[in-house]
Design a protein around this ligand. Structure first.
Ligand SMILES: Nc1ncnc2c1ncn2[C@@H]1O[C@H](COP(=O)(O)OP(=O)(O)OP(=O)(O)O)[C@@H](O)[C@H]1O
Ligand SMILES: [Mg+2]
Length: 388
């Protein structure tokens, strides 16, 4: 029995109401025991005096016997009324606790069942939100939490699918080449070994990228934000990629607005983002093309852009290119140096960690693309609008 009361909120509510009623009735009984005779006598004496004043009828309402009989009758009717009141209060307590069980305990119970089902892996579970009180808010937050869990779970599933798919391609190539070598179908030439090495290298890069992506997305790194000169940032990147541009016969140009403020950024991370964008621009721009790095201040932001005259991006792909493993043309990416589609995802996470935005623009296939990202300027307050 006590176990039942301990486990059920409805039973606890009923018990608390009944306790209050019992305490009230006991207090009333005790009070009537001690206070009632005195107050009764006082009232009766008062009435006797009034009778005396009005007509001088001797003993007022009668003798002492009549008075005690009157008191006994009054007491009995008082007790009867008290009993009815206590009964009515108990019925009200049961009704109220039933009502509360329905309106308070039912949603709590529903949430408890739903959380159990979520724990069992059914992430599409939701509870009904009724009304606007605290319980409704709790139900709404519960649904939000379930939605987030659902999202994380489907991301996890997709990630495992994507990663295994990405790993399979180079692994199949390596395995195939090795089997060809063992069977004597493939000649043991420098070229064959080079092919195997390239695929192994690709595998290595993919694992490095994945590791970096998980670090960046989990924010498992410290940003060392300092005022950073945009020109020196751009120079670091162009120096790093100059030989690649030269090799591809692509012109690498810089156009910075004259009174550009310094930006607040972690230097290594900013270099990483820009290297990613310029690296892509070089990768997706054919020979004799041009890649230009612009920077200007617009309102409260410094905008750094990388424009190329390369392959461009069809509009339907633009919203997805920052997604993990997304490539406009997978076969082209593989042929053109084996990109895994993680670079822009890392760049976006890094830019957003700085409080900036990153996006891409392209007029369409073959019409070049522009990638832009923003960083906060050193002194946001002295904002002036500049266009280069
Ligand atoms: N400058 C660009 N011009 C045309 N397409 C681009 C450009 N930059 C990115 N893309 C498209 O966006 C996709 C995603 O780019 P992202 O940098 O994330 O991956 P990736 O370059 O293929 O591989 P990696 O992970 O090695 O960088 C690319 O595969 C390419 O299709
Ligand atoms: Mg890339």
């Amino acid at each position: 029995m006590t176990d039942y009361f301990r486990r059920h909120l409805g039973a606890k509510l009923l018990l608390s109401y009944l306790t209050i009623i019992v305490v009230g009735v006991v207090v009333l009984i005790i009070a009537s025991q001690f206070v009632l005779p005195t107050t009764f006598n006082r009232h009766m004496a008062g009435m006797g005096m009034m009778n005396g004043m009005m007509g001088g009828q001797g003993q007022g309402l009668g003798g002492p016997d009549a008075m005690s009989q009157l008191y006994i009758d009054f007491r009995a009717s008082f007790n009867e009324a008290l009993m009815y009141a206590a009964l009515a209060a108990m019925v009200a307590a049961v009704a109220l606790s039933l009502y509360l069980s329905r309106s308070v305990i039912a949603p709590v119970h529903a949430m408890s069942l739903a959380s159990q089902r979520i724990a069992d892996g059914r992430y599409d579970e939701r509870v009904q939100v009724r009304g606007e009180d605290e319980l409704a808010q709790l139900a709404m937050r519960f649904n939000q939490m379930a939605g987030k869990l659902d999202q994380v779970e489907s991301m996890r599933r997709r990630l495992i699918g994507d990663v295994s798919h990405e790993l399979r391609t180079p692994l199949t190539a390596i395995k195939g080449s090795m089997e060809g070598l063992m069977d004597g179908v493939l000649p043991a030439t420098q070229e064959t070994f080079q092919q195997i090495h390239t695929e192994a290298d690709r595998l290595n890069r993919l694992v490095d990228d994945l590791q970096e992506l998980s670090r960046v997305e989990a924010r498992a790194y410290e940003l060392e934000i300092r005022p950073l000169d945009v020109f020196s940032l751009v120079r670091t990147v162009t120096k790093r990629l100059a030989s690649q541009a030269e090799l591809k016969h692509v012109l690498l140009d810089i156009e910075l607005a004259p009174d550009l403020p310094r930006v607040l950024a972690d230097e290594d991370r900013a270099v990483q983002v820009l290297t990613n964008l310029v690296g892509n621009a070089l990768q997706y721009t054919p020979e004799n093309g041009k890649v230009t790095i612009f920077a200007k201040r617009i309102d409260h932001e410094v905008q750094i852009s990388v424009r190329d005259t390369g392959t461009g991006i069809p509009p339907e792909h633009l919203p997805h290119i920052f997604d993990r493993f997304y490539r406009v043309d997978k076969s082209r990416s593989r042929r053109a140096g084996g990109g895994s589609g993680i670079g822009l995802t890392i760049a976006r996470a890094l830019v957003e960690a700085h409080g900036g935005r990153i996006w891409a623009e392209s007029a369409g296939e073959g019409l070049g693309s522009t990638f832009r990202f923003t960083l906060p300027p050193e002194n946001r307050n002295s904002s002036k609008v500049h266009f280069s």
